[in-house]
Design a protein around this ligand. Structure first.
Ligand code: FES
Length: 172
């Protein structure tokens, strides 16, 4: 005759300090994960600022009043990674500092009145047009907004072009 197995008695194990600490750690990590998830959901649902509303590179950079910039001059804006050029016509262009050949940073040469690339000697005029190759096309530029005579540059997007044309200039 078979003996019937007795059901095992479950022993209540005492909670050791180490086990208690691990339990607390798991609860804390779980709470942190939930908080992070809630944060992600809120960030997804709430509309963020548009690129044009942000300040600094990738957003809107305020350059100053139009009267601060003389005709035929170039002002470097390190924060926005662009040069603000005021052309002979009085209009403005915000030119990318990135050479269109292989991406080196172009430098404004005041004496020669043009941009030069230190890598392979490409040169660009005040409007960013190529005057010396190997650069294959004009410097990229950014959209400019002039409100109440204050010049602002939207660095959220670089606009590519083959060559300069008047419609790229922002008139005062
Ligand atoms: S990267 Fe500017 S000329 Fe080559």
């Amino acid at each position: 005759m078979k003996q019937q197995k007795k059901p095992k008695e479950t022993e209540a194990r005492p909670v050791t300090p180490r086990r208690g600490f691990l339990n607390m750690l798991w609860w804390a990590l779980g709470a942190l994960a939930i908080a992070e998830l809630i944060g992600l959901v809120v960030a997804f649902i709430r509309p963020g600022k548009k690129a044009s509303q942000k300040e600094g590179y990738g957003g809107l950079v305020t350059c100053g009043p139009t009267s601060d910039f003389q005709v035929n001059t170039v002002t470097a804006f390190q924060r926005g990674h662009f040069y603000l050029a005021r052309l002979k016509s009085g209009g403005f262009m915000a030119l990318s500092r990135k050479c269109t050949h292989l991406g080196c940073t172009v430098i404004w040469d005041e004496k020669k009145s043009h941009f030069e690339c230190p890598c392979h000697a490409s040169a660009f005029n005040l409007a960013g047009d190529v005057i010396s190759k190997p650069a294959p096309r004009a410097l990229d530029y950014h959209r400019i907004i002039i409100e109440n005579n204050i010049v602002k540059v939207d660095t959220g997007k670089r606009i590519k072009r083959q060559r300069f044309s008047d419609d790229q200039v922002t008139a005062v």
